[in-house]
Design a protein around this ligand. Structure first.
Ligand code: CP
Length: 305
């Protein structure tokens, strides 16, 4: 694997996470620096995206770098049968770093094994979304004034939600207590519960999105039910509106509670929550630009100071 790729949040130690947070703070204070002058970055999106691609591309533009890439694989030679390996080999000839999203779990890991330039995983199927995790952890750090000993409630599609999977692993360094709120059909896969068991992390599973759980949370991490991962759309219809956060449900919540959501939102947070000062999802998405600036500079070994 290319030494500076970021494929999974497990590629980062606790020290790496804290270092990226510290770099992200610097970009949050000043995102316009000419650190990528002369660099060309590729954004290869085999799956749709709004925030991840645009925040990466804005991050690069604000650092003086240039971007090439695609948003629709159907317009590329992969539609003629070109393999992922060949695509990565070619793009690696042109650019200094490759940021990629792919529907296949493991695609980014495979790319990192054949690539001559760093690969940044911008989401691979239902598996991992490590740059989202870094902006999530930064948002938690910024709003809670630290990361240790927090109660984090993850709500919704915990089966297919790759941001949830990466966040559990990323926050495991900081002694969290997790509440996992999901219907039976969308429960967290056993592998992540085993991970918590092996790391001595307290967790509780619920099918009810209860007031009691909301009121003890420091972070409420809402997620969308991932329609695109269902093979049977009848199953999706059954669970699509299973949990909906409404403003009045926050009345007795902790003062420091912040509501996060990786976005896009469908119905799981009512619009009236947006005006509540505890709603943080739009600022969270903005933090993505700073976190991605930090990750790119770190991967390219660029000294930010
Ligand atoms: N959070 C996130 O990955 O959003 P996009 O799918 O819009 O990139």
């Amino acid at each position: 694997m290319n030494r500076r790729s970021l494929v999974s949040i497990t590629d980062y130690t606790k020290e790496d996470i804290l270092r990226i947070i510290s770099l992200t703070e610097k970009f949050d204070q000043n995102p316009n620096r000419r650190l990528l002058e002369g660099k060309v970055c590729a954004t290869l999106f085999f799956e749709p995206s709004t925030r991840t691609r645009l925040s990466f591309e804005t991050a690069i533009n604000r650092l003086g770098g240039r971007v090439i890439g695609f948003t629709d694989a159907a317009t590329t030679s992969s539609s003629k049968g070109e393999t992922l390996k060949d695509t990565i080999m070619m793009v690696g000839n042109y650019t200094d770093i490759i940021i990629m999203r792919h529907h296949l779990e493991g695609a980014a890991r495979y790319a990192s094994e054949v690539s001559r330039v760093p690969i940044i995983n911008a989401g691979d199927g239902a598996n991992q979304h490590p740059t989202q995790t870094m902006l999530d952890i930064y948002s938690i750090h910024k709003t809670q004034k630290g990361l240790e000993n927090l109660t984090i409630t993850l709500v919704g599609d915990l089966k297919y939600g790759r941001t949830v999977h990466s966040l559990i692993i990323g926050m495991s360094h900081f002694n969290p207590t997790f509440h996992f709120v999901a219907p039976e059909e969308l429960k967290l896969p056993d592998t992540y519960k085993t991970f918590c068991d092996e790391h001595g992390i307290e967790y509780h599973e619920h099918t009810d999105f209860s007031q009691e759980v909301i009121n003890q949370s420091d972070i409420l991490y809402m997620t969308r039910v991932q329609r695109e991962r269902f093979t049977d759309l009848m199953e999706y219809e059954k669970v699509k509106n299973v949990y909906i956060l409404k403003n009045d449900m926050l009345e007795d919540s902790k003062k420091n509670l912040r509501i996060l959501h990786p976005l896009p939102r469908v119905n799981e947070i009512q619009q009236d929550v947006d005006a509540n000062p505890k709603a943080y999802y739009f600022e969270q998405a903005k933090n993505g630009m700073f976190a991605r600036q930090a990750i790119i500079c770190d991967s390219l070994n660029i000294n930010v100071d």
